[in-house]
Design a protein around this ligand. Structure first.
Ligand SMILES: [Zn+2]
Length: 354
């Protein structure tokens, strides 16, 4: 087993060797561009893939899109094995990885069932600002007219989401764009170029101008930081979580999407029992402080939550995750396994899960 793993590791860079038309390199370049855009990707969220023959090249679990030039960024998964897993209702096993040292992303099943050559999945703050609304489907009809898109009701990542996408494709096989309720956006194309162009088109249509951000109470925040040893983030957008009344209400009354529950349990009172170590302190009317141990993933997710909330109409009907959906996200195996399948590396401490 170890020697097999060593062999796979040694062959991790094989994507370049079998990259006859340069598409895996283009996927890496595109992934890095997406990963550098905080309005599309936060922490290790989001994933990208390209199919070449029977191999599905997909971001390995735990990799960050902005580091797409890393040797083990892509895992080469057997497409047939992945589809077989979906048919059997089992998560794609590590044995389906033919090339690379990474574990298959939890979203591998979804990428596998999509017939398109290139699939981009991002946690776009604009998309999520619509995707958490009860009336999201109706709101998007006019904005996405002449784009072949579907609304996917919330379901857990992994096999449930893959099955839901499969059902949507049976209803309309030519769909290119999927808005995932309480989750994010999936955009597909026959090439990296086509998929990126479609993503840009969708983003332009669904873009929301954020409410202006009030100025943090810098002096009081600095005092609090000095007293507690917490850190006052420079990143201005995150402070709207504490300063914008609507954002504070929207983000504190429930869980908008799984990453909020996993990375930012401090923001929601209902998640009190799930807090292991406080990481983010939202001080109403003053601003936000980060604990010194707050991870980069948590900081990026906090900014993403703030950017999303600033784009949600205060009068919009919000659909929060149910208690069962939150528990599923926090306790499900998908979020507990680290990049090498190491259960000790939980999402809560490392951000490795997607
Ligand atoms: Zn996702």
């Amino acid at each position: 087993m170890n020697s097999l793993k060593t062999l796979k590791t040694r062959l991790g860079g094989i994507s370049e060797m079998v990259d006859y038309d340069g598409e895996t390199q283009r996927l890496r370049d595109l992934s890095a561009r997406l990963g550098r855009n905080p309005l599309l990707v936060q922490g290790s969220t989001g994933n990208t893939s390209v199919k070449t023959g029977d191999t599905l090249w997909i971001k390995a679990s735990g990799q960050w899109l902005f580091q797409a030039d890393a040797r083990d960024f892509l895992a080469g998964v057997s497409l047939n094995a992945a589809l077989e897993s979906v048919r059997e209702g089992m998560d794609v096993p590590a044995s389906a990885v033919l090339w690379g040292a990474g574990s298959p992303s939890i979203e591998t099943a979804m990428h596998a069932v999509l017939p398109h050559r290139v699939v981009l999945h991002v946690h776009s703050v604009n998309a999520i600002a619509w995707a958490v609304r009860e009336d999201g489907p109706r709101q998007l009809v006019a904005r996405l007219r002449d784009i072949r898109w579907q609304w996917i009701p919330y379901c857990a990542s992994g096999i449930p989401l893959a099955k839901e996408i499969e059902a949507a494709l049976r209803a309309c096989p030519t769909t290119d764009v999927f808005v995932l309720a309480n989750h994010g956006l999936v955009v597909c194309g026959e090439s990296c170029y086509a998929a990126e162009a479609m993503l840009a088109a969708v983003e332009a249509r669904i873009a929301i101008t954020p409410r202006p951000q009030p100025e943090p109470q810098w002096d009081r925040l600095d005092e609090s930081a000095a007293e507690t040893g917490w850190i006052r983030p420079e990143l201005q957008p995150v402070h709207s979580l504490a300063l914008d009344r609507a954002s504070l209400r929207i983000t504190s009354q429930g869980v908008l999407y799984p990453c909020q529950a996993i990375f930012l349990p401090d923001t929601v009172a209902a998640l009190l029992r799930h807090r292991r170590a406080a990481a983010v302190r939202v001080i109403e009317g003053e601003g936000v402080l980060f604990h010194p141990n707050c991870t980069r993933a948590q900081r990026e997710l906090a900014r993403g939550l703030a950017e999303t909330a600033q784009r949600i109409d205060p009068a919009a009907p919000i659909r929060y995750l149910t208690a069962a959906e939150v528990s599923e996200a926090l306790d499900g195996p998908a979020y507990q396994v680290g990049p090498a399948g190491d259960r000790a590396l939980s999402a809560k401490s490392t951000g490795y899960w997607i």
